[in-house]
Write a protein that binds this ligand. Structure first.
Ligand code: NAP
Length: 315
């Protein structure tokens, strides 16, 4: 492998550590440094054999079509919603992602969102900083321990959330496309029924055509004013307009959100609500995990161009 001759397009500046690791091995194309991104891509399209992308920007059909020498897409994410898998398959382009290494962080943060939303940790912190405590005690909030936790998508992350929530004495139930025979948690084939029996509903499934707005007005109404919704999957899994309306009107108990429909834009109507916790898509954003993700991206490209088996191929 004459790696330095292999052209890798990094779609956006994903992480300095990853950029350095790629630049020490490959010829890296950085469109964000160009005045005219389209012209830059056009100029180098014949030299690009690999694309590195992530949650902020992926590899859509247009990009894939514009790179005639493209052989592999390596995404710095476990989610594949920003990669046109159909187009890749058709053109026999390999795809890799970063499963498992981020599971613990995302599950930890999901529990953090549950606690912060129910116990209003962020609002209580603001209360202290604003000097309001000497005037009156902070209002009472809601307990997490012992609550019914419903999980939408009991995969790697969903199971890790379940394990953690069990340690809080919570009763776990889940919804996915099929019942998992090896799992003892209660299964709901209907997400609305799961919501109706949950105090906390956590969304942890992948975004696809099938799951777009899987949490709609019916699911939100089934949760009701005493329950909360936590989203660590992807923004478009929830109908955000309906969510905002329900929260503003007090028809939903609260929400802990890491992801949004139109990132990095977050509905301003949510900014003043104490029962809403807003994070800027940081589920996997720790030094430890991001380094492991970056190592997987590089390892997959090295394996591919040395004709070795991919570390984490997307089948
Ligand atoms: P995974 O192991 O593939 O699990 C996904 C689960 O979702 C599977 O158990 C699957 O079960 C279920 N599912 C798939 N389609 C479904 C549908 N139509 N309705 C209901 N359930 C469905 O994936 P993972 O590693 O746990 O990651 C899950 C997602 O988390 C990723 O795709 C990504 O979008 C998100 N994520 C977010 C962050 C963040 O920073 N916030 C970080 C990492 C990942 P069945 O096959 O039985 O349906």
């Amino acid at each position: 492998m004459e790696a330095k001759k292999i052209g890798v397009l990094m779609v956006y500046p994903v992480m300095p550590y990853l950029l350095e690791a790629l630049e020490s091995r490959f010829r890296v194309y950085k469109p964000w440094e160009a005045d005219d991104k389209q012209a830059f891509l056009g100029e180098h399209s014949d030299s690009i054999q690999a694309v590195v992308c992530g949650t902020a920007a992926g590899a859509n059909a247009e990009l894939i079509e514009s790179l005639p020498k493209l052989e592999i897409v390596s995404t710095f994410s476990v989610g594949l919603d920003k990669v046109d898998l159909v187009k890749c398959k058709k053109k026999k382009i390999a795809v890799t992602n970063t499963p498992d290494v981020l599971t613990d962080d995302v599950a930890d943060l999901s529990i953090g969102l549950m606690l912060c939303t129910l116990r209003q940790v962020c609002a209580a912190d603001r209360y202290v900083r604003q000097g309001l405590w000497p005037k009156a005690e902070y209002k009472l909030t809601t307990k997490l321990s012992g609550k019914n936790v419903g999980i939408v998508g009991l995969g790697r992350i969903g199971l890790a959330i379940a394990k953690r929530a069990e340690a809080f004495g919570c009763k776990i139930a889940y919804h996915s496309r099929s019942k998992k025979p090896e799992i003892n948690f209660e299964y709901f084939s209907s997400i609305v029924d799961l919501a109706a029996s949950s105090d906390v509903l956590v969304v942890a499934c992948p975004l696809s055509k099938e799951t777009y707005h899987v949490v709609d007005q019916n699911v939100i109404d089934a949760l009701g004013p005493k329950a909360i919704l936590v989203n660590i999957g992807r923004g478009p899994l929830i109908d955000e307009n309906e969510l905002v309306k329900a929260l503003v009107e007090g028809r939903l108990g609260g929400a802990g959100l890491d992801v949004y429909e139109n990132e990095p834009h977050v509905p301003k109507e949510l900014f003043d609500l104490d029962n809403v916790v807003l994070l800027p898509h940081v589920g996997s954003a720790t030094w430890e995990t991001r380094k492991e993700m970056a190592d997987l991206v590089v390892g997959n490209l090295e394996a591919y161009f040395s004709k070795k088996p991919l570390l984490t191929p997307v089948e």
